[in-house]
Ligand binder design. Structure first.
Ligand code: PLP
Length: 400
């Protein structure tokens, strides 16, 4: 029977343990497995190749994205590395332009050295993808909503363009999570996650995942997972499985808090611009409505301020933690120009719209009124709203 999302999150890959009845998946903290005769084992021989706790996680992650196959990695970057390692010298990749800084770095500073070529385009306009495709294009790399400007790419249209040209389409679904967006259902070939973020959800572990229905791609990636060896430890797999049990609940609350924060910032005189796909005035809003069930926990905004004033603002926040990363219970904020996107060349940063006064918020799970109070005392000018006890007024401009 096909269970619904929240049921799958708790049950997929996690039956009670056969040997003991343990309700929770055991941590198989072992590097190797005994064999009865050379080559005869109980399905596992060496933890880099496979481990039962990791298998449980991989089966679970696949179920979240409605995928047949799942592979877990030691980090999101390890997952990206494995996917890129399916390419050969001379191959070409078309990618979203405003993407995760670490992805930009491994594309332009590592894989470009191996003779793999990249073209970065604004994928919010699918015609740009068509124009960038060459005879040697093998991969289309999409990140949506993008980091940190929350641009939304139409997955179904872009995946169809790729399929037409026999190009593998990959969607980094880290920001949306499978709760809000299911790229495989929209026609993408491969979904990638940094499970470090919402999927684990507790800011206490690193992980990555790749999910697909394509058996050929899975077989190749499974070979690479073992050949390269960037696998997650059994204890980390256990922690991620533990986090996933509340993924659906957490993401709903993250989204509610983010929606209210976006509306609050929009009304604030000291804020020049708010980036959040849930706001009805955003260019990305219609596509976001079509392919996402809600609009996510990340809100970016530009202060009406210089770099120095922006730095001063970051020092005034108390409850919000200045940190890289996102998707945990504590609300985090960062300054992309000097933190997450510092590895992107200044002129590239400016051309994609990452200004020196841009702030990215990851709305956590706290009481949103405390989050707003802290922003209010730190922002350069007062809000137009007198009372922040009643947050309902901030909800009006967010579509439901
Ligand atoms: C964090 C992140 C990654 C990299 O994941 P790590 O687990 O930090 O290695 C990749 N893509 C996106 C969108 C991310 O936010």
């Amino acid at each position: 029977m096909a269970y619904r999302f929240d049921t799958r999150a708790i049950h997929a890959g996690q039956p009670s343990d056969d040997a003991t009845g343990s309700v929770t998946t055991p941590i198989h903290q072992t590097s190797t497995f005994g064999q009865t005769e050379p080559g005869i084992n109980k399905g596992f021989c060496y933890t880099r190749t496979g481990n039962p706790t990791r298998s449980a996680l991989e089966e679970n992650l696949a179920a979240l994205e409605n995928a047949r196959y799942g592979l877990a990695f030691a980090s999101g970057m390890a997952a990206i590395h494995a996917v890129l390692s399916t390419l050969s010298k001379g191959d070409h990749v078309v990618s979203t332009r405003d993407l995760y800084g670490g992805a930009w770095r491994i594309f332009t500073k590592v894989f470009s050295r191996y003779g793999i070529e990249f073209t970065f385009v604004d994928t919010t306009n699918p015609a740009n993808i068509e124009a960038a495709i060459r005879p040697n294009t093998k991969l289309l790399w999409l990140e949506t909503p993008s980091n940190p400007l929350l641009n939304v790419t139409d997955i179904a249209t872009c995946a169809a363009i790729a399929r037409d040209k026999q190009i593998t389409s990959v969607v980094d679904n880290t920001f949306a999570t499978p709760v809000l967006q299911q790229p495989l259902e929209l026609g993408a070939d491969v979904v990638l996650h940094s499970t470090t973020k919402f999927i684990n959800g507790h800011s206490d572990v690193l992980g990555g995942a790749v999910l697909t229905n394509d058996q050929g791609f899975y077989d190749e990636l499974k070979f690479l997972q073992n050949a390269i060896g960037a696998v997650p430890a059994p204890q980390d797999c256990f922690l991620i499985l533990r986090g996933i049990k509340t993924l659906g609940l957490r993401v709903e609350r993250h989204c509610s808090n983010a929606e209210i924060l976006a509306r609050y910032l929009l009304a604030h005189e000291g804020v020049k611009r708010v980036y959040y796909p849930g706001l009805v005035d955003q260019p990305s809003h219609n596509i976001a409505r079509r392919q996402m069930t809600r609009f996510g926990a990340i809100v970016s905004f530009e202060l009406d301020a210089t770099l120095e004033e922006t730095r001063a603002f970051t020092r005034r926040l108390n409850l919000w933690t200045l940190a890289e990363s996102l998707g945990g219970p504590k609300s985090l904020f960062c300054h992309p120009a000097t933190m997450t996107h510092a590895s992107v060349e200044p002129e590239v940063r400016r051309s994609v719209g990452i200004s020196d006064s841009l702030i990215r918020l990851s709305a956590g799970l706290e009481d949103v009124r405390d989050l707003i109070d802290d922003l209010e005392q730190a922002l350069p000018r007062a809000t137009a709203f007198a009372s922040r006890e009643d947050v309902s007024e901030f909800q009006e401009q967010v579509a439901s």
